[in-house]
Design a protein around this ligand. Structure first.
Ligand SMILES: Nc1ncnc2c1ncn2[C@@H]1O[C@H](COP(=O)(O)OP(=O)(O)OP(=O)(O)O)[C@@H](O)[C@H]1O
Ligand SMILES: [Mg+2]
Length: 397
């Protein structure tokens, strides 16, 4: 997007070489104006009252100051300021401390131009929008449901969770393709949230290289609003995607309360929200299941899977979720070792609601290309089966 006004950036680093490197990148963009540079904390504090920056790029190496305490102090004195911390390397401890100090993002010293410029612009845009929102909300007669904003859906919206307590059963693949198929019918009204917080691969399957994930969203200070959450979604094939954290250890930043807040907002913003889940039942997955209107429980025709799924069904039963659960047979056309769908229905005590055939070639090339198979070949049997599955959900609504 083109900014009407330039983004005012102040930069502080003890290392002139780093300042030079960042300055070169920032000055290459006409939307950004570097209004000052500081080599020390004292210098920075002197500049602050007159510089009035929107974004402060603060190196953790600032001499005579702990940069994070300085960031926290500046946030208190100048609340609108958005701080980007420049670090040698990132780890969970630094990430947590930085977020507690009000830092919006950590960027490594080795950052490439595109990433730095993208982050500065994302943060500036978000910042300006939230200032705008605050202004509008404080005007008499205006409320957050004013026209032109993210509106609660008038139609009943649904959360659909793809679940299966057996690894590699096809959860992510089916979640992506269902969302894409749904978006052809419900344009701009479909979300896909990757709740496989440790090993989520939705961004890979949808060809997204996300700068912002659900982990960063959880670190937002203040109340989450629909407009703010919307900034964390990436659009692919008409689907709005919220990516899983970049690293497994960041998954723990997503609490069940946080996930619940995000899903409640998704319910307001989208007609359909599809959730991909991990194989195990952690707190967040349980919360997602409890909030779901439909749970798609994936099975395949092999004994270890059926044994596991039986346990999954017991959990869903104890959560009183069975009435909302549909049993979906994946890879239905694979050769089974003596197991027939009817046998499985009998063992599990549930009917199979829909089947997805096997298509090894299509699924592998779809994953390798980062393109849902529904887009590659909407008429293929596997794609048609996805549409039939979506029909089942959509018509029952
Ligand atoms: N219908 C199908 N036909 C052929 N291959 C399939 C089918 N469904 C899934 N697969 C293959 O199974 C593998 C696992 O799929 P996917 O990653 O979607 O499973 P998952 O349940 O999300 O796994 P994880 O538990 O690791 O998250 C993929 O390589 C995919 O190509
Ligand atoms: Mg998966």
């Amino acid at each position: 997007m083109k900014f009407l006004k330039t983004i005012r950036v102040l930069m502080a680093s003890a290392d002139p070489e780093i300042r030079g490197y960042l300055l070169n990148i920032l000055e290459s963009d006409h939307d950004i104006d570097v209004i000052g540079e500081a080599g020390q904390a004292g210098e920075l504090l002197e500049m602050m009252p007159t510089a009035n920056p929107e974004i402060l790029i603060l190196d953790e190496n600032l001499a005579e100051a702990d940069s994070l305490s300085l960031a926290a102090d500046l946030k208190l004195r100048y609340p609108p300021i958005q701080v980007i911390l420049i670090a040698e390397q990132e780890d969970l401890k630094l990430f947590k401390r930085a977020m507690q100090s009000g830092v919006r993002q950590i960027i490594l010293r080795s950052v490439e131009a595109g990433e730095l410029l993208g982050s500065v612009k994302d943060i500036a845009e978000g910042y300006r929008r939230s200032v705008e929102n605050l202004r509008e909300q404080s005007e008499p007669g205006k409320d957050s449901a004013a026209p032109g904003k993210a509106q609660p859906q008038l139609k009943a919206s649904q959360i659909i969770t793809v679940f299966g307590n057996k690894g590699g059963i096809g959860k992510s693949l089916i979640a992506c393709n269902l969302a894409v198929a749904a978006a052809t019918r419900y344009k701009d009204q479909v979300a896909l949230v990757d709740l496989d917080l440790q090993f989520g691969d939705i961004s890979l399957m949808m060809n997204i290289n996300p700068r912002k994930t659900i982990a960063e969203l959880m670190q937002e200070s203040g109340e989450l609003t629909a407009d703010l959450v919307d900034e964390y979604f990436y659009e692919r094939s008409g689907v709005k995607v919220l990516a899983a954290p970049h690293k497994p250890e960041l998954g723990e930043l997503v609490t069940s309360f946080g996930a619940e807040t995000v899903l409640k907002l998704c319910r307001k913003m989208y007609t359909y929200t599809f959730l991909d889940t991990p194989t195990f039942l952690d707190d967040t997955t349980l919360t997602a299941l409890e909030m779901s209107d439909v749970v798609l429980l994936l099975i395949s025709l092999d004994i270890p899977t059926i044994k596991n799924i039986k346990k999954g069904i017991d959990v869903l039963d104890s959560l009183k979720l069975l009435p909302r659960t549909k049993l979906i047979l994946n890879r239905s056309s694979s050769l089974s070792v003596g197991l027939e769908p009817q046998d499985v229905e009998q063992v599990l005590g549930m009917k199979i609601a829909a089947s997805i055939p096997s298509d090894f070639k299509m699924t592998v090339s779809s994953i390798n290309r980062g393109m849902p198979f529904y887009n590659m070949s909407p008429k293929a049997p596997i794609s048609r089966s996805i549409v039939e599955l979506f029909d089942l959900i959509d018509k029952a609504k």
